[in-house]
Design a protein around this ligand. Sequence first.
Ligand SMILES: Nc1ncnc2c1ncn2[C@@H]1O[C@H](COP(=O)(O)OP(=O)(O)OP(=O)(O)O)[C@@H](O)[C@H]1O
Length: 820
Amino acid sequence: MADTENFVSQLPQPTRYGQPSPQKQLTELSASANNSRSAMPPPGFTNHKRQGSNLPEPASKRKTLAERAGEPIKATPAAPRSNAPVNSAVMAAVHSRNPSSFSQSYRSNSSQSRNTSNSTASSFSMSVGSAIRPPAVRPTSNLARPKSSLAKERGTRSANPRPATSMDTRGETQEDPNNKQVWDPEEQYSNMERMYEDVCKHYKQAMDDNVEAKEASHAYKSTIANLEQERKEITENIISLRCELETTKFRLEAAERSKHELQRDNEEEVEDIKRQHRIEFETIRQLHRQDTERLKEDHRAEMRELKKRLEEELENERTQRLQALSQVSTQGALEKQRHHMDIEAKEQEIRNISMEIERLKADLVREKMLNDDLRQNLSSAGSNAAAMESARQALQAKIEYLESDSKSQSEAYATMEKRMNEALERATECEEKLRKEEMLRRKLHNQVQELKGNIRVFCRVRPSNGVEGEETAKFNFPETDEDPKDIEVKGPEETSSLGKVTTKTHQFSFDRVFAPASNNVEIFEEISQLIQSALDGYNVCIFAYGQTGSGKTFTMSSEDGMIPQALRQIYSTSKELESRGWKYTMEGSFVEVYNEELRDLLGNDGDSDKPNKRHEIRHDMATCETTITDVTTLTLASQVQVEGILSQAMSRRSVAATKANERSSRSHSVFILKLTGSNSITGKKCKGTLNLVDLAGSERLTHSQVEGARLKETQNINKSLSCLGDVIGALGQQQATGGFNGRSSVNGASTGTSAGAHIPYRNSKLTYLLQFSLGGNSKTLMFVMVAPEKKCLAETITSLKFADKVSRTRIGVARRTSGK
Ligand SMILES: Nc1ncnc2c1ncn2[C@@H]1O[C@H](COP(=O)(O)OP(=O)(O)OP(=O)(O)O)[C@@H](O)[C@H]1O
């Protein structure tokens, strides 16, 4: 295809169908003429002419006749040479064959010559000579002209110089004016005659040349005709080639069309095949789907069948296994029961042994703790024992004696048995006496507590924290023989209006004052009797009050703080009391009151800012019991558990403190220990609660100092602490007016037997939580913590004033909570 197009593009474009352009034709013709000229080598005519003539050479650039024949005919411009007009005149004369014109021309020429030059040789001869010369170039090479007669003649003439003409003579005459020459008509005539002859000769010669030229012209014409013929042939060839080209093009187009048709047919065929394939594919797919569906259905049916069979098998298997299992479990249960019984027996054994040990221990402790009566009993028992020892020795001697005599031996044994029984009876009597003594002790202890007051205040000044440059305030602890109860604080310097600087000394008295040197163990000794009260069935509340950093947490929760020591004491005492028939259950929980919300410190509430569960405080007014919903309660059944609950609570509190930006300073933590005891010998029951409270920092922040979350905290702390003061104040008020009757009314709601005044427990979460541990039915101890730094002086005095107010409050008699 590309070849075809190339071939077509290389062909000359026809101007009109089947007709070559005239321009093209002309070009081809001149080219052929050129070719013919170039093909024709110049004949030796020129050389020959030169050889045969001495005439001057024509201008080298003059065009040949043949060349001029190819040019369009135009008027010959006037030749610059002098002979040109003569030549044309001669030629015109020759062609017209008009002698007059010839003579006229001749005359004009001659006269012209005469006018122009007088000193040179005859211009006539020069002009005629040159004018009659044949054309310089032959038109064709193949038409070599024979030498003309004129040329021959010229050749001879050149060898023999021409005789002088009349003109020559005249010239000579003119040259020599002194030479006397006469106008000779004869001679002139003869000269004329000669000239005429010459002219005739020239004419003849010209005629010959003309003939030759005609011949040449014929030759040219025939050549032109040949060339024309050739051109025609070439044109025909071109036409035929063009026709062929057109035909080829036509065929090509037809082939192209057929190709397109074929292509289209092919495409349609392919489309048909595709369509067919699609239909076939769809049919196959349909069949396949049907097959699949059928197979699936079969498979489902098989599966159903299989499943059914398997279920049946499974059911059978299960029944068999269940039977086996029930047999095994029956055997296991029997085995377990047996083991259980074994364990119980062993436990009982252990219990007995441990009870024995505990009893022995308790006896030992009791020996130490009992008063003079007990010592007397013991001494009498000792004398009894000595008597018994002597009796035993006597019996021993008797046994030895009786060993030889069995009769006397059996008698001695009977006596010994009798005495043994007597001793046992006496021991039972002693135990009974001891129990009565214990009851008496409790009673006396409570009386002492009552005498001390149901709300007591201890003041503790913490040692300086040793920070360099920190000034310490002045505290004075007046020395007394008894326990120190007073404290003097030098207040800040005050400048009067007169410029006098004075320092006020504040004096306070509390139930006990602990100087910075005192330690936690020492302090606990003072409160251990209160802890004992909780075991005796009283509600006890010990709380630490003071500004941030004054040592509240250190006193309450450090390793030897009040909470750990109280727990340890309760545990050990409860164990001791077991020997006297008391059995205690102890349940501990640790909560935090933050922003008037309860958080469980033994649960996960302390980990985040928001408690995971919402805890509510519930009061049972009948039993005077408080419970908190969803709070974690741990039973303290062993010393390990006691330590566990402590470490867990401490770690929770420290996590919470770190996470919530030292929240411990801004929340109240309350450790609640519920003690339930029952005496298996006397059948008595008691229920006491020990609340150990680490209050939030008591420093009063003004609302303008804080904002946002901190403002809310501050408001809540201020509110709860002032609420605590209000409750204590209200309780004192109630006592003063004699309104207290064992139970107070809560926010006006009567608790049953109350005829008392309103106590605003509900005004804060803290007081509401401690409702049954604050007031008439409880024993309260407040620690007022004091930071010794001078910068804390103002807060210290405020705290001490508050504590003093509390200390002056007298609250009614506490009553033991009996179990149902
Ligand atoms: N009696 C003391 N002896 C030695 N160091 C003490 C004593 N009391 C308190 N500290 C120390 O003083 C610092 C502050 O005490 P603590 O944290 O108990 O104060 P706080 O009143 O509980 O403060 P917050 O209200 O922030 O909980 C602690 O480093 C503590 O160890």
